[in-house]
Design a protein around this ligand. Sequence first.
Ligand SMILES: Cc1cc2nc3c(=O)[nH]c(=O)nc-3n(C[C@H](O)[C@H](O)[C@H](O)COP(=O)(O)O)c2cc1C
Length: 133
Amino acid sequence: MLKTICYTSKYTEDISTFNLEMLFHKTRLNNNNFNIKGVLVAKNNRFFQILEGPETILDALYFSIKKDTRHHEINEVLNTYISEYSFENFGTGYNTIQRIESLFGLQSYLSSPAINNINNASLFLSTTENFFK
Ligand SMILES: Cc1cc2nc3c(=O)[nH]c(=O)nc-3n(C[C@H](O)[C@H](O)[C@H](O)COP(=O)(O)O)c2cc1C
C-alpha cells in the first residue's frame, strides 16, 4: 500500500546552510533511490516535510527521521494511505520551495481526495498554511 506522512519540526540548534544543503542532498539521493516522493522545506528554524511511498519503506524511514537529533518537537499532521503519488521526484527547498515541480506537487497533494477525506484535513491545511505564511 502507498501512504503519506506529513509533519513539522524545529531545528535542534542553528544548522548551518552547509549542513542543511548536505541534509537536502542526501534526502534527495536516498528518496529518489527508494521511490519516496514528497518535499522537504526549511523555513524560520522549522522543517515541513511530506513523504509519499510504499508503506514498509516509508515507516522505516520515518522511524529513523524521528530519531534524528538535528530536529525535535515533531508534530505529525498526516499519516494515511493514498491511492497515488502527488509528487514527482523528491524536491527539497531551502527557505522556500525553489523547484516549480514541488509547487505543482503540493497543489495536487492539497486537492487530492485521499487528503481531503481524512478526519484532520482542516488541521493539516491550517498547519500547511501557517508554515508557508
Ligand atoms: C528534517 C529531516 C528530514 C529528513 N528527511 C529524510 C528523508 O526524507 N530521507 C532520508 O533518507 N533521510 C532523511 N533525513 C535523514 C535521516 O534522519 C537519516 O539521517 C538518514 O535516513 C540516514 O540514516 P542512516 O544514517 O541511519 O542511514 C531527514 C533528517 C531530518 C532532520
